[in-house]
Every structure is written in C-alpha cells, then in structure tokens.
Design a protein. Structure first.
Length: 143
C-alpha cells in the first residue's frame, strides 16, 4: 500500500469564514491555523502547502480569557538600544484587533516558508464586512 503525497498545484483550495464574535482569541486562532495548513483534509501532507483560504470576521469582538488582557503584552523592538515597546493586549484588542489575531495565528504555524505562504491566505477584518463575497466562503464553526 502506498502513502498519498500531495503535490504543488494539485490542491483544491476552498474559502472558509470564521466568526470570532464572543469566541476566545486562541480557539479561533487554532481553527484558522489548522485550516491554513490543511490539517483537517484527508490529503494532508506536512511538507506541501495544501491549506485553504481563511477569512476571520468580527476580530474586535473576540474575547481574552482570564487575566490575559492585563498580564499579556505585545512586544516589538526597533533594533536600537531601548527600542522595546510593550502594549497590553486589552489596548491592542481595542486599537488593532487584526494584529492581535494575526500574531495568534502566526504563533500556531510552523516557523518555515510554508507558514509564510499560508499567512498570505489569511484575511482578518475587525467587523462583519469583508471583501471576498465573490469567492462564496463557507461558514466554519469555531467550537
């Protein structure tokens, strides 16, 4: 019996839409990362890019559980001495919810060129309006 290995260009990509309203940020990011990698497909191949396109709407209404709003920080560094900037997640979720969701999804993908290609298929919107209606995305439930 031979094992199936997906090849580049052979994958059929579908469009999925995830509604993050009232859902934990991390659980939404887990589902998005699995769909971007293609792990929920029977023809999943770890070394091939066989994932789907994902649209996340209502990112501003995602919730942080526990004390993550005050204890968790988004850190960036300019590369200069003293260039560290820290932003608490409660402020980041109010001002830039797309960034908070993208950082969460990116952290759940492997650190290689496949994840960079997968992140280009991720579209995040703070509200319910999105631009990809022509692709007819399917609703995907976040548990």
């Amino acid at each position: 019996m031979s094992t199936y290995m997906a090849k580049m260009g052979e994958t059929v990509r579908k469009w999925y839409i995830l509604d993050a309203a009232g859902k934990p940020l991390g659980k939404t990011a887990v589902v998005a990362a699995d769909l971007l990698r293609g792990k929920r497909k029977p023809e999943y191949t770890p070394h091939a890019d066989c994932g789907d396109n994902v649209i996340i709407i209502n990112a501003a209404q995602a919730v942080l559980t526990g004390k993550k709003g005050t204890q968790k920080f988004y850190r960036t560094h300019s590369g200069w001495v003293g260039g560290l900037k820290e932003t608490p997640y409660r402020i980041l979720m109010k001002e830039q919810p797309q960034t908070a969701m993208r950082v969460a999804v990116r952290g759940m993908l492997p650190k290689n060129s496949l994840s960079r290609a997968s992140l280009s298929r991720l579209h995040i919107y703070a509200d319910a309006n999105f631009e990809q209606q022509a692709q007819k995305p399917e609703a995907y439930a976040v548990d």
